[in-house]
Design a protein around this ligand. Structure first.
Ligand code: ZN
Length: 350
């Protein structure tokens, strides 16, 4: 049966969605006559008969029809009228009950008159309220949604795209944001008038965004009520700290780890910057913290004539552990080294 929720049951039953129960029943009977295998013979599609029957099973029942209507957005006018009629009827019944009680007990008439006044107030309020609901309501604009988005410095530079999950609110389709239905709290939204809807959207981040930039996606915020505008989605850009690379103006700053022997003997180390491989020449006897400038290999801002640079900071690093053999070699190195790199230090403290 659930499959039928995906189909246009009104079309199958050849009625419009405001059709009364009686109209639906009548149309169903006509169609059954037309499509019944015993009557129609083999020329008529047999599955039609089944579909008609299933459609009728859903639409003849008040609850299942309502469920179907809500799912398909057919609810508006019919359900609104229905619920208002019920509210008015309840108020009138309440009022009649008060009058009846007041008449029954004359001695309590004085205290009841207050109740009657309250009942009348309620009735008038309800009617005023109801008549307001028939007119278009004041539009309420949906609020904006802000989401933090982490991107790398290169994504900020070149632009990127992301799939983001957003949770936005929309008016409850059951009560249309009125929180009450048929005189009781709406069961679909539990009286909040809103439902949350999860949505995945693809967002393009333009190139050149900076830390804290706000990227706006129109109308993907919370939905407006009663014809109000939908809010926007704002992505607040956070450029993630990268332990190797950083952008500074037109320059790319790079921390380059090198081994002690690369630092001592010099080396040629290939690094990849924005999909391009660059061979960095480390001269012999390079100390940790020493900077190397690769001129013109930085960012290319077409409006400026000069390109930026890559500025390398050499960091001499050791592996997590070294072998006994390596240890022995370092010992040997210590024993044969004669240069005192701290010879100026004692003078500096005088
Ligand atoms: Zn609701």
């Amino acid at each position: 049966m659930t499959n039928y929720y995906n189909k246009d049951l009104y079309k199958i039953l050849n009625v419009n969605y405001n059709a009364t129960d009686e109209e639906i029943k009548l149309s169903y009977r006509n169609l059954v006559r037309k499509y019944h295998p015993d009557i129609a013979g083999k020329n008529v599609d047999e599955s039609m008969f089944k579909q008609i029957h299933e459609a009728y099973e859903i639409l003849k029942n008040k609850e299942s029809r309502k469920k179907y209507d809500i799912l398909h957005g057919y609810y508006t006018e019919r359900i609104r009228k229905e619920s208002e009629e019920i509210i008015q009827k309840k108020q009138k019944e309440k009022y009649a009950e008060y009058i009846k009680k007041a008449k029954e007990n004359a001695s309590e008439a004085a205290s009841f008159s207050k109740s009657i006044n309250n009942a009348l107030d309620n009735l008038f309020y309800s009617q005023k309220h109801t008549s307001k609901q028939n007119k278009p309501k004041t539009p309420v604009n949906g609020s904006d949604i802000n989401i933090d988005l982490n991107i790398s410095c290169f994504e900020a530079l070149n632009g990127t795209s992301r799939k983001v999950n957003i949770l936005h609110t929309q008016p409850c389709p059951n009560c249309e944001g009125r929180t009450f239905l048929n005189g009781s709290v709406c069961t679909m939204c539990n009286g909040t008038g809103q439902l949350s809807l999860q949505k995945k959207i693809n967002v393009k981040i333009p190139k050149g965004v900076t830390q804290g930039s706000k990227v706006r996606v129109k109308k993907e915020g919370n939905k407006g009520l009663y014809g109000g505008k939908d809010g926007d989605l704002f992505l607040i850009i956070n450029i993630e700290k990268n332990k190797y690379f950083e952008i500074e103006g037109m320059n790319i700053l790079c921390n380059l780890p090198v081994t002690p022997y690369e630092a001592a003997l010099g080396a040629e180390i290939p690094i990849t910057v924005m999909k391009e491989t660059i061979n960095v020449k480390i001269p012999p006897l390079t100390s940790s913290g020493q900077k190397l400038r690769l001129s013109g290999l930085g960012l290319d801002n077409k409006s400026k004539t000069k390109k930026g640079d890559i500025i390398i900071t050499v960091l001499v690093k050791f592996p997590e552990s070294i072998s006994e053999k390596e240890k022995a070699l370092y010992s040997k190195l210590r024993d044969i080294s004669k240069d005192d790199i701290r010879k100026d230090m004692n003078d500096a403290s005088k």
